[in-house]
Design a protein around this ligand. Structure first.
Ligand code: BCO
Length: 568
C-alpha cells in the first residue's frame, strides 16, 4: 500500500542516449558521458516502474536475513518508497542539503540501503565506514570530512558522543536501533512518519556522490571522492558482461558495508540488472554460516574476498556442491591458481577474479563465460584503458613487469575517482604521464590478461583490507611498552598477508613475559583502532634497520619476512 515516489518520470528515458537491453535494464554505451545521472532515479525507480508494469518477476529487490531467523524482503517499489522517505528525513528533519556530508557507519542492516540511496536522491555526499572503527578513527573521519551528520547504531553511539564536541560541523546524529538514545534522532521512526513523496535531484554525472577513506602509506587515511559516474559505469555493456546478471539472479556480496566493494556488489552491480540483492547480517565472520547460507537460499552468484573462499576450503566441509550457485567472483586481494583449482574441484564452479581499488571500482576481471587463466585478474573493463607503465607513464610491452595504470588523459574515464579531497599533493602524485598509477605491480599478456605481482609501497593487504603501516605504528606508539615499531606485511596461508610488527621495547618492559606482552599489544591496537588492523604477528627486536637519515627500512624487514617459511 505504499505510495510511489514522484521522482520517476518515464518520459525522461526518451531524452537520453541510452538504450534498453534485452533484459530491460537501462544502458548506455561504454564511452557515453550523459550530463545527468542518478542511480536512484535512473536505475532503481526504473525497476520500480517495471514491477508496476508487471515486467519483473516476483523476487525481492533486497533479501536480508540474520542468524536469529529474521528476514526482510523489499520490492523495488518499497525501496523507492522507503528511500524517498529517507531523502525527506535528511532534508526536512535534519536540514541537510545537496553537497552536505553524512558519515554512514552501519553493519549489514536494511537501513544501510535506505541511507545510501536517500543520499543519492538528495545529493548528500555519504561517507561509508566500517563498524570496526574505534572512537579515534571516527573522530578523524568526522573532522577531516567535515561531516554534518552521522548515521550509526547504539553500539557506536557512545564512541561518537565521546568525540562529537571536537567536530563543529556535526549537527545531527541518527540512530538505527530499537532503543532510543539521548541526543540522537530515531531513524526508524522518522522513516515511518516521513512522506514518500520526493523529487530526486537531477545530479550531474560529475557531481560528487561518495567519499571513501583509504589507507595511507605513510600518513593518515586519505579521502577518495567519487562522482555519480561510479554508479553509471555499471550500466555500460562491458560492465554488464562481467557477471551477466539477470533480473532473476540472487546475488550475495559479502563485503563489509564500509568498503567500495559493498557499494558495487550490493547496490550498483545487482540492481542495474534488476537482480535480488541477498545479504546475511553476519556480525562475526564464520565460514560455517556462509556455507549453510549457500545451501539454504537460492543464491545464484556470490562475490567475496579471496580469504572467504580460502577459509571455506580450509574447513573440510563434507560437501560444497551448492544447489543454485552458478558463478563465484573474488576481489580485494590476489587469488592463487591452486586455490582456484581447489574451489573448482570442491564446488564444480570456477572462481573468477575481479580487481579494483577504492579509487577505481571494478578495473579488470574475468568475464563470465570467458576463459579463466589461473592466477590472472582478467582483462580491463572498458571504459578503463588499463596498461602496464613505467615510472614515467610509458606503456611497457606484454609480459614486462611494471605499474598498473589507467589512462586518464586526455579524458578521465567514467568511474575513476575525482580526487583525494583536500590533498592536491597526493592527487598529483598518483598521476603518471597520461595515467593514474594504482601503485600495484602487474604484467599483461598478449591477449590482455593481467597478473597482479604486488604493491610498490608499504601498504599491507590482509585478507582484502588495505592497511597503511603508519596506522598500526601510531596505535602501537600509544602503549608504554613501545619505544618504536615498524609494521610490514608477512605472508600468510589464509589471509594472503597479515600485519607484522617489529617492536623495540622501552627499558622497563624488557623483563616482561614476551607472550603476555604480545597479547597485550594486540588487544591495545584492537582497542584504539579498527581491530582488523591489529598485528597478528609481533616480534621484539633490539633495534630497527634504518637509513643514514633515520628512515626505517621497511622493505628490508618485508623481504626478510617473505623469505621466511610460512607457518602451516
Ligand atoms: O581474528 P581475530 O578473531 O583475532 O580478530 C578479528 C575479529 O574477531 C576482531 N574484531 C572484529 N570486530 C571487533 C573485533 N575485536 C574487538 N572489537 C570489535 N568490535 O578483529 C579481527 C578482525 O579482523 P578481520 O575482519 O580481518 O577478521 P575475520 O573476522 O576473520 O574476517 C575475515 C574476512 C575475510 C571476512 C575479513 O577479513 C574481510 O571481510 N575481508 C575483506 C575485506 C574487503 O571487503 N575488502 C575489499 C575492499 S574494497 C576493494 O578491494 C575494491 C574491490 C573492487
Amino acid at each position: 500500500t505504499h505510495k510511489s515516489c514522484h521522482a520517476f518520470q518515464p518520459a525522461s528515458w526518451h531524452l537520453r542516449s541510452q538504450s534498453v537491453s534485452a533484459t530491460g535494464a537501462p544502458r548506455w554505451n561504454d564511452h557515453d558521458t550523459p550530463e545527468k545521472f542518478n542511480f536512484a532515479s535512473d536505475v532503481v525507480d526504473y525497476w520500480t516502474q517495471m514491477e508496476k508494469e508487471g515486467k519483473r518477476g516476483p523476487n525481492p529487490a533486497l533479501w536480508w536475513v540474520n542468524s536469529q531467523g529474521d528476514e526482510v524482503k523489499w520490492s523495488f517499489r518499497e525501496l523507492t518508497d522507503f528511500t524517498c522517505r529517507a531523502a525527506n528525513v535528511f532534508t526536512q528533519t535534519c536540514g541537510l542539503q545537496q553537497g552536505d556530508r553524512l558519515a554512514l557507519i552501519l553493519p549489514r542492516v536494511p537501513e544501510w540501503w535506505l541511507v545510501t540511496m536517500g543520499c543519492m536522491r538528495t545529493g548528500i555526499i555519504f561517507i561509508p565506514g566500517t563498524t570496526q572503527m574505534q572512537a579515534k578513527d571516527i573522530l578523524y573521519r568526522l573532522k577531516e570530512s567535515n561531516a554534518n551528520s552521522i548515521v550509526t547504531t547504539d553500539a557506536l553511539a557512545p564512541d561518537v558522543d565521546s568525540v562529537a564536541s571536537q567536530c563543529p560541523a556535526l549537527k545531527t546524529k541518527l540512530l538505527v536501533s530499537d532503543r532510543s538514545c539521548e541526543g540522537w534522532l530515531d531513524f526508524r521512526s522518522l522513516i515511518k512518519s516521513a512522506s514518500p513523496d520526493h523529487t530526486c535531484i537531477k545530479s550531474k554525472t560529475t557531481d560528487p556522490m561518495v567519499i571513501f577513506f583509504t589507507s595511507g602509506t605513510s600518513g593518515f587515511p586519505k579521502m577518495a571522492k567519487h562522482s555519480h559516474g561510479l554508479a553509471l559505469r555499471h550500466s555500460f555493456p562491458s560492465c554488464r558482461k562481467l557477471l551477466k546478471l539477470k533480473a532473476s539472479d540472487v546475488f550475495w556480496c559479502m563485503s563489509d558495508p564500509g568498503w567500495i566493494a559493498a557499494l558495487m556488489g550490493t547496490l550498483f552491480e545487482p540492481w542495474t540488472a534488476g537482480s535480488t540483492v541477498f545479504t546475511h547480517h553476519l556480525p562475526q565472520f564464520d565460514p560455517k554460516v556462509i556455507v549453510e547460507t549457500l545451501f539454504k537460499y537460492p543464491i545464484t552468484q556470490c562475490f567475496a574476498a579471496p580469504s572467504v573462499f580460502r577459509m571455506i576450503l580450509q574447513q573440510n566441509f563434507s560437501s560444497l556442491r551448492f544447489p543454485t550457485l552458478e558463478h563465484c567472483s573474488a576481489s580485494g586481494e590476489a587469488v592463487l591458481p591452486e586455490e582456484q583449482e581447489k574451489w573448482r574441484e570442491r564446488t564444480g564452479l570456477l572462481l573468477h577474479q575481479i580487481y579494483g581499488q577504492t579509487e577505481t571500482g571494478f578495473t579488470c576481471g574475468t568475464a563470465r563465460g570467458s576463459q579463466v587463466k589461473p592466477g590472472s585478474m582478467g582483462k580491463a573493463i572498458p571504459p578503463f584503458d588499463v596498461q602496464i607503465i613505467d615510472d614515467k607513464g610509458n606503456i611497457l610491452p606484454p609480459n614486462t613487469e611494471g605499474n598498473l595504470g589507467i589512462r586518464m588523459k586526455p579524458t578521465k574515464p567514467i568511474g575513476l575517482f575525482m580526487l583525494y579531497e583536500n590533498n592536491p599533493v597526493k592527487t598529483a602524485k598518483v598521476e603518471c604521464g597520461d595515467f593514474y598509477n594504482t601503485g600495484d605491480k602487474a604484467t599483461i599478456d598478449e591477449e590482455g590478461y593481467i597478473w597482479f605481482l604486488g604493491r610498490d609501497d608499504d601498504i599491507i593487504n590482509a585478507s582484502g583490507y588495505r592497511i597503511g603501516p603508519a596506522e598500526v605504528e601510531n596505535a602501537l606508539a600509544e602503549h608504554p611498552a613501545v619505544a618504536e615499531s615498524a609494521v610490514v606485511s608477512s605472508p600468510d596461508r589464509t589471509r594472503g598477508q597479515v600485519v607484522k610488527a617489529f617492536v623495540v621495547l622501552t627499558p622497563q618492559f624488557l623483563s616482561h613475559d614476551p607472550d603476555q606482552l604480545i597479547k597485550e599489544l594486540q588487544e591495545h591496537v584492537k582497542s584504539v583502532t579498527a581491530p582488523y588492523k591489529y598485528p597478528r604477528k609481533v616480534q621484539f627486536v633490539p633495534e630497527l634497520p634504518k637509513t643514514v637519515t633515520g628512515k626505517i627500512k621497511r622493505n628490508e624487514l618485508r623481504e626478510k619476512e617473505s623469505g621466511q617459511k610460512q607457518p602451516q
